[in-house]
Design a protein around this ligand. Structure first.
Ligand code: GDP
Length: 453
């Protein structure tokens, strides 16, 4: 396999930048562009050691920095690896990378270091995928789930389920193949229990993934409502900033303002939309149209009403428009006398929250409702959190096969038919962890990675 290299730190000026080289020739290449100040050759450096020295090309010194050496198989990729940490100037990094490439390394593709770690058995596919989750985690819960997945919580769960199914399969096969021998009959009740237990565990992983998206990817959330009800004030409160313009003139938020907001353990991708109202003003009209589109696409709608004014036809139109959405009706300006009662609204009382967006404690009132509405209440990732849609699909396929096997059992179909379904479930799980994943699957997984990881 070729020796690869990439800049592993972000492409921006920084205190330190790291060039990572991995492959058979990594240490040799490093020795041709890095000279330790202690005078001993790079080729004699042991694994897990570092040396301070200079990065040089034929014209002289490019920078001074630290070389860290890892020797196969004790490295991230499982190959010989050299990491040159130099000053994090873009020019320095690019010059150093170019130098390393000129000495024979190939530019690493997206995720190629992690892909090699997978191919060298350092981690399975589920763990590799969680590396990206770890890098992109925005909240504590998402971070600890990703860290767990990197260390194998999901893989262990999947392996355990798989092992159980393989044992079941073996028992079924022995029983079906040698009916005359003294092999104990597979007891349908116990078999059904095993299949049900495995399907249940997969179901929990799937459910956790779906609900956990609020913590990992964020929920696409729209704040909508008539002009002047307090949408921007609410947005500013939630985001703790001053991104939306708050004024007393109706119709100032002309376009959609977006912000990613972390609330406790969950992440909302918030859009504050233009006030939705009938208007002839062309610029405002565009904003209103975009607001409608955004509202239709949203996973969670925060519909704001002004509690201190009677509801009118526009409020009712918005309530109707969002009635089938996952929605929270926010009755704002509750610091003023209420002009209508919650009961008079065409909305479930448990979905309505009275707040004053001008008061910071509004967040405390809103948070439990948001957690409930996003399915994030009581998230628990101790059983492991799947890292991707692909993993979810594998679990879903395995679960569907197991449910089919259960159905076959109930209708008294032969053990052979059950075996086919159990085999399909095992295949799906082996694809998940990559023990039996085709090249296309592996390619797909690493395509979304960044270069240098
Ligand atoms: P938007 O057009 O829906 O974005 O509304 P804004 O956030 O711009 O607010 C319109 C006006 O209502 C501003 O003067 C805010 O200060 C005021 N406002 C917003 N929330 C509250 C609240 O909870 N109580 C009171 N009394 N005024 C509020």
């Amino acid at each position: 396999m070729s020796t690869i290299a990439a800049i592993s730190t972000p492409l921006a000026a920084g205190g330190i930048g790291v060039i990572r080289i991995s492959g058979e020739r990594a240490i040799e290449i490093a020795s041709r562009c890095f000279r330790p100040f202690h005078g001993r050759p790079v080729s004699e450096m042991k694994g897990y050691t570092a040396a301070y020295g200079s990065v040089f090309d034929e014209t002289g010194e490019i920078d001074d920095g630290v070389l860290t050496v890892f020797r196969a198989p004790k490295s991230y990729t499982g190959e010989n690896t050299a990491e040159i940490s130099c000053h994090g100037g873009l020019l320095i990094l690019q010059k150093t990378l170019r130098l390393v490439l000129s000495l024979g390394a190939q530019p690493a593709g997206p995720g190629e270091f992690t892909k090699r770690a997978f191919l060298n058995g350092k981690m399975d596919l589920a763990q590799a995928e969680s590396v990206m989750r770890l890098i992109s985690a925005q909240g504590e819960l998402a971070l600890s789930a990703a860290r767990g997945a990197c260390r194998g919580t999901v893989s262990r769960q999947i392996d355990a389920i798989c092992q159980k199914l393989i044992e079941t399969d073996a028992a079924l096969a022995a029983w079906a193949d040698y009916p005359d021998e003294d092999i104990p009959a597979v007891e349908p009740g116990a078999l059904a229990d095993t299949l049900r237990d495995c399907a249940g565990r997969l179901g929990r992983l799937i459910g956790n993934y779906d609900n956990g998206r609020a913590a990992t990817e964020g929920v696409n959330t729209v704040i909508c409502g008539k002009p002047n009800v307090g949408k921007s004030t609410l947005m500013n409160l939630l985001s703790g900033g001053e991104r939306s313009i708050v004024t007393e003139i109706a119709g100032t938020t002309r376009d959609v303002v977006e912000q990613t907001v972390r609330l406790g353990d969950i992440v909302l991708r918030l859009s504050d939309t233009a006030g939705i109202r009938e208007t002839d003003e062309p610029v405002e009209q565009i904003g209103v149209e975009r607001a409608k589109e955004k509202t239709d696409e949203a996973e969670l709608v925060l519909l704001v009403l002004d509690r201190s004014r009677e509801t009118d036809a526009e409020d009712l139109a918005l309530l109707r428009r969002t009635q089938h959405k996952n929605r929270i009706v926010i009755l704002n300006k509750c610091d003023r006398p209420a002009a209508f009662s919650v009961g008079s609204l065409p909305a479930a009382a448990e979905d309505c929250v009275s707040v004053s967006a001008k008061d910071a404690s509004a967040v405390d009132a809103l948070l439990p409702v948001i957690l409930r509405k996003t399915g994030a209440a009581g998230l628990d990732f101790t059983e492991g959190l799947l890292s991707s849609e692909r993993q979810r699909q594998c679990c879903e396929n395995a679960r569907a096969s197991l449910l089919q096997a259960l159905e076959a059992l109930e209708t008294g179909i032969t053990a052979d038919a059950v075996t086919v379904d159990v085999d399909a479930a095992i295949d799906a799980l082996l694809t998940l962890t990559g023990k039996k994943a085709g090249e296309a699957v592996v390619e797909e997984v690493f395509r979304s990675f960044c270069v240098g990881k």
